[in-house]
Every structure is written in structure tokens, then in C-alpha cells.
Ligand binder design. Structure first.
Ligand code: CAA
Length: 270
């Protein structure tokens, strides 16, 4: 039985909840909750977010994770007020973006549900997630150039990999705001939906994924992410090993036999 105390704790900068899913494992939901600061991602907020991702990941009753903000802002970036007086040595010692690497280790899928602004570190946080569902009025961008800095939490890498050098270069070097539709057409987003239903859609997608056999979901996510960082040979090798590994799960036998017997599979997630 997982330790589920984290679900009942009060957080300073986020709201954490579990959404039950009649059809499978639950969905873990994080809402960024600094509305007066447009959900700017200061260090305490990021610490709460990353620790909660880890708690969801360790919780066997959670199958998929959603992170959202409010209708006005997913997050308007790293906290400029926190960084305004910071120096190079201060940044190095604090190594504030190191905690972002912990997000890459999360094994369960994470969906960003975006409305309003997803700028700078906010845009980077959406790109650290596995899928992005956006409201049609959502605005993305990497405006750091206007502060005489540049993306520091993965933007130059993930945006470029997602939408290509030519478009990433123009977006990062001008710092302009980019509409959800443009980002969708460029390939950054999973889906753009009407403003009223962005969170509902993200949760529906998360519930669907959480109803699938969890080990297969986890290894498929790992294999897809691996494709971004490696050669085709290494990627195919990991894919094959993960595929073979799934033949060690009870769910594999259940899934294939349920198909043959024309009945619904009863997943054990093991
Ligand atoms: N950090 C700290 N505070 C922020 C913030 C941020 N990134 N973004 C907004 N806020 C604060 C504002 O200072 C303001 O606070 P006060 O009421 O105390 O003045 C409050 O949120 C509301 O913001 P605005 O009055 O500016 O609201 P608006 O509707 O006029 O504009 C906005 C909204 C276009 C998002 C504008 O706030 C803005 O441009 N924000 C900054 C965006 C930005 O530059 N992000 C990049 C940050 S650097 C970074 O992220 C580095 C990295 O790679 C990790």
C-alpha cells in the first residue's frame, strides 16, 4: 500500500488532489496556485511541484498526472522578482534548475492542461510534460530575451526538438507571444480545445491512459522519450527490450487471453 499522506497536506503554492476513475487507476492533479503572481514558478513552487510529481509516481493508485494553472495563466515564467538581484555565483550555488531534471525521471505520463499564459519557465514546464492540451486562447512563448537572458529550463532544447530549428530560433530570439493554434500546427501541442473544456479534456485523456495496464504505459513512455535523445539503433534496442519485458507481466497474459476470449481485460497493473 503506498503512503498517501501527501494527498492530505496543505501546500503553500499548489493544490493537490486525486480524481477517481471508475474505469481504472486514479488521476493525480496539481493546480499551480499563485494567482497574484500569474503562477510564476519560484523555487518553493517548483519544489512542491516536483516533489508531488514524485509522490504521484510512487503511488500505485495513480495512473496518470495532470498539471494545470488557472484560466488566466498556466505560469508566466520563472519568478522574475526572485531572480532580479541574483548573481551568477548565486545561481550556480542555488542551481535552481537542477530540480527540473527530477521531472525527467517521472515514469508516469504527465499532461499539461494550459489556459492563459505559458511563458518562459511556464512554457518550459509544459514542454517537460509528456502531452499538452491547450485552450484555444492560451498563449505560449519564451520572452526571456526581453529580460536580457534566455531560456534556462530546457526551452532551447525542447522547443527546437519539438518544432524545429527555424521556428524555435525565431520564437526564442524575438520573445514573441505564440497562439495555441500556431503551436499546435508547429507540433508542440497534443490538442487545442474550446476555452471552457481544456481541463476537462486533459482529465478525460488522463483517465483514459490511467485505465490502461500501467507497466505497459510506463515502458511505452520511456521508449518514446528515449527516441528524442538517442540513435535509432539504441532506441530500437530499448524498445525491443521493453517489449520483451512486458511478456513478464500478468497483464500481458490477461490482455491477450481477454482478446481471444472476447471479454474485457481485468488489469492488475503487474
Ligand atoms: N515573475 C514574477 N512575477 C510575475 C511574473 C513573473 N514571471 N509574471 C507576472 N508576474 C506578476 C506581475 O509582476 C504582477 O505583480 P504585481 O501585481 O505585484 O505588480 C502580477 O503578476 C500580474 O502581472 P501583470 O500586471 O504584468 O499582468 P498583465 O496581464 O498585464 O500581463 C504577462 C501578464 C504578459 C504574463 C506579464 O505579467 C509578463 O510579461 N510576465 C513576465 C513573462 C516573462 O518574462 N517570463 C519569463 C520569466 S524568466 C524565465 O522564465 C527564465 C527561465 O527560462 C526559467
Amino acid at each position: 500500500m503506498s503512503d498517501r499522506k501527501y494527498l492530505n497536506i496543505e501546500y503553500k503554492n499548489i493544490l493537490v488532489s486525486e480524481i477517481e476513475n471508475g474505469n481504472g487507476l486514479s488521476v493525480g492533479l496539481i493546480r499551480l496556485n499563485r494567482p497574484k503572481a500569474m503562477n510564476a514558478l519560484n523555487v518553493p513552487t517548483m519544489e512542491e511541484v516536483v516533489t508531488t510529481f514524485e509522490n504521484f509516481d510512487n503511488d500505485r493508485e495513480i495512473g496518470c498526472i495532470v498539471i494545470t494553472g488557472n484560466d488566466k495563466a498556466f505560469a508566466a515564467g520563472a519568478d522574475i522578482k526572485e531572480m532580479a538581484e541574483e548573481t551568477t555565483i548565486g545561481m550556480l550555488l542555488k542551481d535552481q534548475f537542477a530540480r527540473w531534471d527530477r521531472i525527467r525521471k517521472i515514469k508516469k505520463p504527465i499532461i499539461a492542461a494550459v489556459s492563459g499564459y505559458a511563458l518562459g519557465g511556464g512554457c518550459e514546464l509544459t514542454m517537460t510534460c509528456d502531452m499538452i492540451i491547450a485552450a484555444e486562447s492560451a498563449t505560449f512563448g519564451q520572452p526571456e530575451i526581453n529580460l536580457a537572458v534566455m531560456p534556462g529550463a530546457g526551452g532551447t532544447q525542447r522547443l527546437t526538438k519539438a518544432i524545429g530549428k527555424a521556428r524555435a530560433m525565431e520564437i526564442i530570439l524575438t520573445g514573441r507571444m505564440v497562439s495555441a493554434q500556431e503551436m499546435y500546427e508547429a507540433g508542440l501541442l497534443t490538442k487545442v480545445v474550446h476555452n471552457e473544456i481544456y481541463l476537462e479534456e486533459a482529465i478525460a485523456l488522463a483517465k483514459d491512459i490511467a485505465s490502461k495496464p500501467a507497466i505497459a504505459v510506463q515502458l511505452a513512455k520511456e521508449s518514446i522519450l528515449n527516441s528524442m535523445d538517442t540513435t535509432i539503433e539504441t532506441g530500437l534496442e530499448l524498445e525491443r527490450k521493453n517489449f520483451y519485458m512486458l511478456f513478464a507481466t500478468e497483464d500481458k497474459f490477461e490482455g491477450m487471453n481477454a482478446f481471444i476470449e472476447k471479454r474485457k481485460a481485468d488489469w492488475k497493473h503487474k
